[in-house]
Write a protein that binds this ligand. Structure first.
Ligand code: HEC
Length: 142
């Protein structure tokens, strides 16, 4: 609100009458503010953010598998992937039992891949958890 008022008054420095006019008509005042470059940039950022949110992928086993085989997981720069040590999920068949699976995955991203932990609520993390859950032995064909 302080910011908005600052922009508002800066956008019409001398014409006080105009300020009073815009002050009385809120919608006009808002329109005037939108004309300032700063406000326009903010609006653009907000639109971009909402578009990104809408375009977000749905968590899936397929995406989890892809990330499990992706050397850049968590922004890591090395050549290793999760699958380097767990080919086709070997060694993580019982990970679905782990109540802290997401944290365990982050520990491996951090320690084994030298990457950055993923946000627990991210599509990437949810997908990795789904992939691990899909490795439950009962669902593995002999
Ligand atoms: C350098 C080899 C290596 C890499 C790379 C690696 N891991 Fe591991 N991982 C291990 C070892 C060793 C263990 C420990 C097995 C044990 O508990 O005895 C382990 C354990 C785990 C477990 C726990 C298994 C369980 O039963 O609870 C999970 C889950 C896991 N890794 C996932 C991952 C994921 C996801 C990645 C990629 C981000 C990854 N690992 C990368 C070697 C690796």
């Amino acid at each position: 609100m302080m910011e908005a008022q600052f922009l508002f008054f800066r956008s019409c420095p001398a014409v006080l009458k105009g300020c009073v006019f815009f002050g009385n008509y809120n919608q006009q005042g808002a329109f005037q503010m939108m004309k300032s470059v700063k406000a326009a940039m903010l609006a653009t950022t907000m639109v971009a953010m909402s578009l990104t949110a809408h375009a977000a992928e749905t968590p899936s086993v397929a995406l989890g598998k892809k990330l499990f085989n992706d050397p850049s997981l968590g922004g890591a720069a090395g050549a290793k992937t999760c699958a380097s040590c767990h080919p086709n999920g070997k060694g993580v068949e019982n990970a679905w039992k782990n109540p802290n699976l997401a944290k365990q995955i982050n520990t491996c991203i951090l320690g084994a891949l030298k990457g950055k932990p993923l946000p627990l609520e991210s599509v990437e993390m949810k997908s990795l958890v789904l992939y691990h859950q899909s490795l439950k032995p009962a669902s593995i064909k002999p």
